[in-house]
Write a protein that binds this ligand. Structure first.
Ligand code: PMP
Length: 363
């Protein structure tokens, strides 16, 4: 209480920021399945743990400032030259850097809503003016409405596919029509955080898109399919001049040494194979969960990510509290809906029992 108060004003945009509420953490000792943050339920691969241990012994030294080896490995993985890849401390940090590189004060940034809850925050921090376009009732992005929201003051449009938290992907043909309608000096950020879980043949090929539309930036992460959420590695793929601009505003040494080595180990061919098998298993598990929910009578949006969306409106917070009481931590968005991650089989079974209880309440 006796901490002296400063007279220094915060930037108005910063004082007005909504809080980025992370997924709740289970209390110590509480037995809770954590299905609230779209994490990968598998522990690190033995080869990745080994790389982490080795790297830990070198942490008195600074990391490679621009993560050269990692950038080369990610570029090879994406099928682009290294000059087109920029890494950062999670893709949310990279997104912030992308916006800082292109947004002048007051520029409009168009994004869907509801979508990833960090969007309004990073836009405000970059000095942009948020223009939100409602997601359709079926959880799909309304790309025609997003194109129509572009004005001469628009600098950036963000497309989240699959959309967090609703789950559907945009289709390649819709995105082509959208890109044809948007001026070429407007940056289109395609956030592909859940790319590896997509099984829709109509989904766009981001790198192909970028080759033909150099105003596109792809945003990717090792937090989800690669299971490295705790180490914070994300990257952007962009046209070289834009990539250089993003790199220029990036935090120096933004990806720590342990994270760089763990990410590199995850990109080894053998590790990639093992990680792909885990993703395949999670996709199968997603199919099982969605089928079981439909069997229970739920009409849910199609999901191509590692989560399911329940548009529960005003019942959202009550349902989330019931899930917690039943030992399952889910992510509520008050007044809107609940997002539930596909986790371990036992966790998903525990959640399916909770969802069945909700049905009987509704009936
Ligand atoms: N984009 C989307 C759509 C996300 O859902 C998330 C994580 N919730 C991120 C970006 C950021 O992920 P990270 O910072 O862990 O790379």
């Amino acid at each position: 209480p006796d901490v002296p108060r400063s007279a220094v004003p915060l930037r108005a945009a910063v004082a007005a920021l909504p809080a980025y509420v992370p997924g709740a953490r289970p209390a110590q000792g509480a037995k809770l399945w954590k299905l609230s943050s779209n994490e990968n339920p598998y522990p690190p691969l033995p080869s990745v743990l080994e790389a982490i241990t080795r790297a830990a012994e070198e942490t008195n030294r600074y990391p490679d400032m621009y993560a050269t080896e990692l950038v080369e490995a990610l570029a090879a993985h994406a099928g682009v030259p290294a000059e087109q890849v920029v890494v950062g401390n999670g893709s949310v940090a990279v997104l912030g850097h992308v916006l800082q590189a292109v947004v002048e004060h007051g520029d409009e940034v168009v994004f869907p809503w509801r979508s990833f809850e960090a969007y309004p925050i990073v836009v405000a921090v970059a000095g942009g003016a948020a223009v939100t376009v409602p997601v359709a009732a079926d959880g799909r992005l309304d790309l025609p409405a997003m194109a129509a929201a572009v004005t001469p003051r628009t600098r950036v449009v963000m497309v989240c596919t699959p959309n967090n938290p609703t789950g559907p992907v945009v289709h390649a043909d819709e995105l082509e029509t959208f890109l044809a309608a948007v001026p070429h000096d407007v940056l289109v950020i395609v956030d592909e955080a859940y790319l590896e879980f997509v099984r829709d043949p109509q989904a766009p090929d981001g790198v192909d898109l970028l080759r033909r539309h150099p105003n596109v930036v792809l945003l990717r992460t090792l937090s989800k399919a690669y299971g490295l959420a705790g180490l914070r590695v994300g990257y952007a793929v962009a046209e070289p001049r834009l990539a250089a601009g993003i790199r220029a505003v990036s935090t120096p040494f933004g990806v720590n040494h342990v994270a760089q080595r763990a990410a590199l180990a995850s990109l080894e061919p053998q590790a990639q194979d093992e990680l792909r098998q885990r993703v395949d298993a999670l996709v199968v598990e997603r199919g099982r969960v969605v089928a079981a929910l439909r069997e229970q009578g739920w009409d849910l949006p199609e999901t191509h990510a590692n989560f399911v969306w329940f548009p529960l409106g005003d019942a959202t917070l009550d349902r989330a509290a019931e899930a917690t009481a039943a030992g399952v931590l889910v992510r509520p968005f008050a007044g809107d809906g609940l997002r539930v991650t596909i986790g371990e089989v036992e966790a998903n079974d525990a959640f399916l029992a909770v969802a069945a209880g909700w049905r009987s309440l509704a009936g």
